[in-house]
Ligand binder design. Structure first.
Ligand SMILES: [Zn+2]
Length: 266
C-alpha cells in the first residue's frame, strides 16, 4: 500500500492510495467518518436565555460547532478514570455570556470562552443567535471527545470521498485529430498541439465519458485502475486532514488485527 499526497491546502487534502482493493478504500472512508474522534459540545447548562431561540435549539447549534481538538490531551470519557462522570482529563468547559445593550447583536461561535486555549471553535464566524436590545444569554457548555458513530457532530470531516483513478488512452492510429474531445471535456484533460493529441491532469477526469461518446473513430477509451483510489478529504477544522488520515489508518489496522486474532481463536 502506498499513499501519496497530491494536494494539500488548509483543511483540504487530496491523496492517492495504491495497492488496495475497493473494500479497503471504503473501510478507510467509513473509518474517517465514524471512528476518528474529535471534540464537540455535548452538555449545555443554560443559566439565562431571554433570546427568541428555544434552549434546545441553542444547545443543538452549540453542539454543531467544530472544535479544534488536541487529541493527545483528552481521554474518551468511557476510558477515563472518572468513569465518564466528567473531569478535566475528559471534559473541557466553555462559557458564553453575551448581552445586547443598545442595539441588536449577533452572537458568534467566537464569543465562546474556553477553559483550555487549545480547545476553541475552528471558526469564529459561525452565527449562533441574534439578540434584540436587552436580551441576554449566559451558558456553560461541556465539550468531550466522541466519534461519528455516537453522533454526526463528532465527525472530524465534512467531506470524505474517493473515486477510481482514471486511465485515459488514445489510439493514435484511429484518432483523426478532429479536436472534438478537447472542446467537449469539462475537465480539459485533452490537448491538441499541431498533429499531436495528448492528455494532461488525467486525475481530474470525472469518468463522464463524453469524449468516448463524441469521438467518431472511437479512438479514446476510458478505464480505471482496480487497485488505486483518489481520496478527497475536507476537515471540519477539528483536526488536520493528515492527522485524520493517519489516525484512521491506525484505527483500521488495529481493528483488522483484532478481527484476525478473533478468527484465529475460532
Ligand atoms: Zn474523566
Amino acid at each position: 500500500m502506498e499513499v501519496t499526497i497530491i494536494y494539500m491546502k488548509d483543511d483540504v487534502c487530496h491523496f492517492l492510495i495504491e495497492g488496495v482493493d475497493v473494500a479497503f478504500a471504503n473501510a478507510l472512508r467509513r473509518t474517517m467518518l465514524t471512528r476518528v474522534p474529535s471534540m464537540a459540545i455535548d452538555e449545555v447548562l443554560i443559566l439565562e436565555n431571554t433570546s427568541v431561540m428555544y434552549d434546545e435549539m441553542l444547545a443543538h447549534r452549540l453542539g454543531l460547532i467544530p472544535l479544534v481538538t488536541p487529541l493527545e490531551d483528552y481521554n474518551h470519557p468511557d476510558e477515563c478514570d472518572c468513569e465518564g462522570k466528567g473531569c478535566s482529563l475528559c471534559q473541557c468547559t466553555l462559557t458564553l455570556e453575551v448581552e445586547a445593550e443598545g442595539e441588536e447583536k449577533l452572537v458568534y461561535s467566537g464569543d465562546l470562552m474556553s477553559q483550555d486555549p487549545k480547545v476553541v471553535p475552528a471558526s469564529d464566524k459561525i452565527p449562533l443567535v441574534k439578540l434584540a436590545p436587552g436580551q441576554r444569554i449566559i451558558i456553560e457548555a461541556y465539550a468531550r471527545l466522541g466519534t461519528g458513530r455516537e453522533n454526526a457532530k463528532f465527525q472530524p470531516v465534512s467531506t470524505v470521498a474517493y473515486k477510481y483513478v482514471p486511465v485515459v488512452s488514445i489510439d493514435t492510429k484511429a484518432c483523426d485529430r478532429c479536436g472534438v474531445c478537447v472542446e467537449i471535456c469539462p475537465k480539459k484533460i485533452f490537448r491538441l498541439e499541431g498533429d499531436v493529441l495528448s492528455t494532461q491532469n488525467t486525475l481530474e477526469c470525472s469518468l463522464c465519458e463524453l469524449c468516448v461518446k463524441e469521438c467518431e473513430p472511437n479512438a479514446i477509451t476510458i478505464d480505471s485502475k482496480p487497485d488505486s483510489f483518489l481520496f478527497k478529504v475536507e476537515s471540519t477544522g477539528a483536526l488536520e486532514p493528515t492527522v485524520i488520515i493517519e489516525k484512521a489508518l491506525d484505527i483500521l489496522k488495529e481493528r483488522i488485527r483484532i478481527a484476525l486474532d478473533f478468527a484465529n481463536l475460532l
